[in-house]
Design a protein around this ligand. Structure first.
Ligand code: MSP
Length: 654
């Protein structure tokens, strides 16, 4: 695995995409940067030296247009707007080592040298360009890329014929396919690797890397033709090596290149996993060890966009709920291989359950009980038995899971294991009832319970430090664990020091009151009728057909998504049932459906259907079903709800 090879070499380097300065940072940008920050802090805790590069992408059409709208020069615009990213990173506690702006001379000069070198070696040549250009995506498309006369993303395109310069990307197609095949961890997760390999099945053209100044005067000038500027992507990708001294400082460059992980969103997969490797190959530079392409944060199932008015500003979330709660939510609630939905309700729920109820409560129990019954000092551990072994097992699992999380970029899983440890310890506490041991004067007994529980909090707090550095520093202070965040080695079970004095008790994660839920409840009580169970039940508005109306949030509690049928077979001794294996993007799931009389297994394999993803698992005739497919009643039996067109499995519906 790429990052473990970085581990064995004792160093780890990571990059984020550089952000366009024409838009304000939103929760999606915050996600990538927090993810990089958590990975860097985690690798440092693993004992590696690390380097973290981020920055801003300041050339190209979008920035040029934005500056024009604001009546300033593109550089003035970038000078003003790139600061928003720096401010947000500071607020989010991001510890980057370098922030590169593509308008800095340390970058522009290197790009110009690379261009000249490739031109001299005839890897860049002049030719006629005929194609379809999308201004908003700053990308050319060929005729066959277009979908209904628009870009595959649905953006308007315009036809252009002009002289331009091309990079001989096509010469590297076979090499790239072979490289990806021989290096299974080069592009992660697997489904993105397959996507790139799929893209490379079609002939790879040469890449147009220039824009005539008559059309776009803002960019790095081509050194061999002053009438042109460099295509923004060719310029921007070079930041990853110009920032660390390519052609300028060999020592620094060799120290941090190749990058261990280059993070990116799934929308910029081709530019990173096709354009960039071929550019590096042409330059004779080593490949990065790996790319990791994460999914998107969606709002109510939709992509965030100014035009939709659903952009979540991380500064607002921080102002309401604090920095570490946002960092926690972003890391815990997204499986980085798939998309995730951001809702305030879900944010609050996650906070209250994981942080207020579980971790916060455990910390406060340990701190209060140690004060009350152990003189404010961590007592020694006495005899341990099976119950203590359960907590130890959960602690070891959490440590292993978090280590894996840093190596494989699966923070959600690592965090889930840490919360597993917290919950196991709360159960242990409940079972042992230390307050009763205290009443009966069992000093040794209470000592063991408090020592075990405190050790568990020490480990959980240490493991979550990269995710919530401020809050975990407070946690250490409360329990007297020292100022410095522990390394992985220091985290081992049993390394708590008896005799250590604990600090002042604080409420680490006060519960958040979900005002919206509260309002909804109160509204229900005021206007509602009593249900059979005696609870207030809102009568709720109805439509003309007398059907109760639901609000959009309630609707989106049901997660519908597309799924591709991978396998289908009859369920033995159940004529009506089929057992299906369906790809829902993040995994393959088993569903049982009562459609065997109307659909044969062969008719279903390969079809894209619609499923309810978050239905409680059920056993149907002894076979587990995780989800439900959607169908309607046709004249001659059930008809599957299907999708019109080519949509990836796991795409949310709504
Ligand atoms: N400037 C280019 C990158 C050049 S890298 C050499 C760019 N910039 S961007 O600002 O538009 O996007 C930067 C990153 O933010 C991308 O990885 C993109 O996937 C990510 N995100 C944008 N919206 C997002 C979400 N809603 N959710 C998660 N990440 C998202 O592309």
């Amino acid at each position: 695995m790429s990052s473990s090879s970085a581990e064995s070499s004792g160093k780890f380097s990571i990059t984020t995409p550089i952000y366009y300065v024409n838009a304000s940072p939103h929760i999606g940008h915050a996600y990538t940067t927090v993810l990089a920050d958590v990975l860097v802090r985690g690798h440092r805790a693993l004992g590696q030296s690390a380097f973290f590069l981020t920055g801003t992408d300041e050339h190209g059409q979008k920035v040029y247009e934005a500056a024009k709208r604001e009546g300033c020069t593109p550089l003035e615009h970038a000078d003003k707007t790139h600061v928003r990213f720096k401010e947000l990173w500071e607020r989010l506690g991001i510890q980057y080592d370098d922030f590169i702006r593509t308008t800095e001379p340390r970058h522009t000069a290197v790009v110009a040298e690379i261009l000249q070198d490739l031109y001299d070696r005839e890897l860049i040549y002049a030719g006629d360009y005929e194609g379809w250009y999308s201004v908003s995506e700053e990308r050319f498309y060929t005729e066959k890329d277009l979908v209904d006369g628009k870009s595959p993303e649905g953006k308007p395109v315009e036809k252009i014929v002009e002289k331009n310069y091309f990079f001989k990307m096509s010469a590297y197609q076979d090499w790239l396919i072979q490289y990806i095949e021989e290096n299974p961890d080069f592009i992660r997760p697997e489904k993105r690797r397959n996507e790139t390999l799929g893209y490379l099945k079609k002939p790879l053209g040469d890449l147009c890397i220039s824009r005539p100044k008559t059309r776009l005067p803002w960019g790095i000038e081509l050194p061999f033709d002053r009438d042109y500027v460099c295509y923004v992507w060719f310029d921007a990708l070079v930041n990853y090596i110009s920032a660390i001294g390519y052609r300028r400082d060999d020592e620094q460059f060799n120290r941090w290149w190749p990058a261990s992980v280059q993070l990116l969103g799934k929308d910029i997969l081709t530019t990173h996993t096709v354009y960039w490797p071929t550019m590096l190959r042409a330059m004779g530079v080593e490949m990065p060890k790996s790319f990791f392409a994460h999914g998107w944060w969606l709002i109510d199932g939709e992509k965030m966009a100014k035009s939709v008015g659903n952009v979540v500003d991380p500064m607002d979330t921080i102002a309401l709920y604090g920095v570490d709660s946002l960092r926690y939510y972003l890391m815990a609630a997204m499986n980085p291989g798939s998309d995730a939905t951001f809702t305030e309700g879900h944010f609050i729920e996650r906070f209250n359950t994981d942080l207020a109820n579980d971790l916060g409560n455990l910390t406060s129990r340990v701190s209060k009980m140690t004060k009350k019954s152990c003189g404010g000092v961590i007592p020694p551990r006495g005899d341990v038995g099976e119950e203590e072994a359960l907590v130890e097992k959960a602690a070891n699992e959490a440590i292993d899971a978090m280590r894996r999380a840093y190596e494989r970029v699966e923070l959600d899983r690592g965090i889930a294991a840490v919360l597993g440890l917290v919950r196991e310890t709360n159960r242990y506490f409940d079972k042992k009832r230390p307050w009763e041991l205290a009443n009966s004067g069992d000093t040794a007994g209470i000592g063991t319970v408090m020592n075990i529980a405190a050790d568990a909090v020490r480990i959980a707090g240490g493991l979550l430090d990269p995710v919530m550095p401020q809050k975990m520093a407070e946690l250490r202070k409360t329990l007297g664990f020292g100022e410095k965040a522990p390394t992985f080695d220091e985290l081992a079970w049993g390394r708590i020091e008896a005799g250590q004095k604990i600090g002042e008790a604080v409420s680490l994660f006060p519960r958040i009151v979900d005002e919206k839920k509260k309002d909804a409840k109160q509204g229900g009580k005021k206007d509602g009728k009593k249900s059979a169970k005696g609870e207030a039940k809102p009568a709720g508005p109805k439509n003309e057909a007398g059907e109760g109306l639901v609000d959009i949030e309630s609707f989106f509690q049901t997660k519908l998504c597309t799924a591709r049928v991978v396998e289908a077979e009859p369920v033995p001794k159940a004529d009506k049932l089929l057992r299906l294996q369906v790809d829902v993007g993040s995994e393959t799931r088993q569903l049982v459906a009562g459609i065997a009389e109307f659909y044969g297994p062969d008719e279903l394999v390969g079809r894209t259907i619609v499923v309810v993803k978050n239905l409680k698992p059920a056993k149907i005739r002894g076979v587990e079903s995780r989800g439900m497919l959607l169908a309607t009643k046709g004249k001659d039996g059930p008809k599957l709800v299907t999708i019109d067109g080519d949509v990836e499995p796991g795409t949310p519906i709504g």
